[in-house]
Design a protein around this ligand. Sequence first.
Ligand code: IPM
Ligand code: MN
Length: 353
Amino acid sequence: MHKNIAVLAGDGIGPEIITEAIKVLEAVAKKYHHSFTYEHALMGAVAIDETGNPLPDKTLEICKSSDAILFGAIGDPKYDNDPNAKVRPEQGLLALRKAFNLFCNVRPVTIYDSLIDSSPLKRNRIEGVDLVIYRELTGGIYFGEKKEMNDKGVASDLCTYSKEEILSVAHLAFKAAGKRKNKLTLVDKANVLASSRLWRSVVTDLHSSEYKDVELDFLFVDNAAMQMVLNPAQFDVILTGNLFGDIISDEASVIGGSIGLLASASIGDRYAMFEPIHGSFPQGKGKGIANPTATILSAAMMLDHFDMVDEANAIRDAVQKTIDNNVGTPDIYPDKNSTTSDVGSYISDIISQ
Ligand code: IPM
Ligand code: MN
């Protein structure tokens, strides 16, 4: 099969981790007789530096004509520390999610046995954790009306959700639960927020009309944040809005020992993008210490999306073996000296064997 992949390496460690994901994809292509072409395009701070725009038109065109988008990382401290910056790298990512209607962000959290003791949580709390977060990605407070009345010292962000927006992501989450442990937890703040009460009623109705076989429960987001460290093994599929999903998925990422292991897929009705959940780790840039695993596993999710399921599993197996053989960047194996590129090569060699 031939696939055309738009590659947005982005900022910070983005180019380094993307290089390793492509290395692994090439090993898959060779072994399974596929061909992948990669069209690189600018997004984020690098795009602002070169064009003044975090999401140039050329990038949109390249993404539009691709079969999928593979994305590295976004963000640069020179913008983070300047509250008056007119353009920000992150605007590029948000605009891209919106432009391609990538309304559903899927973030799986699995535990590698060999890394259980590198987790900040105790072994007995995290054994058996296997959960996935379904985060609504193109609505809510991220995209509501923003007002910055700086002269008055007042600013606001509006959180709006429609029934349609909730249904789109909820269907996918219920279907996923049906193929997993059959449990869905809606995380919201329905005791305070009107938008959360809409989530509850829409999800409850959908459950009773179409997904009765899935066990449905509800947690307020503050309690969910606590449960995520007290007893994360209770979760199967978590369904939540944009902001709560952003926060709870970073929290969930530490369970496995490193945020550098967590992949994600952002799915729309026509397009899909695959991206690690971590940021651009500017302090690590150019040092060869960034963990490429999250991006490599995101590439595996992209292959799932292409229906190349054996190929995707081959990547996941190779990642598993690599970790079991104690090969990893310093975030997971601080005493070993494996670089970003060593890890990518090790994984691709296992696939090629
Ligand atoms: C993520 C990131 C983004 C988000 C940022 C970079 C805009 O944190 O993908 O989780 O908040 O969605
Ligand atoms: Mn985030």
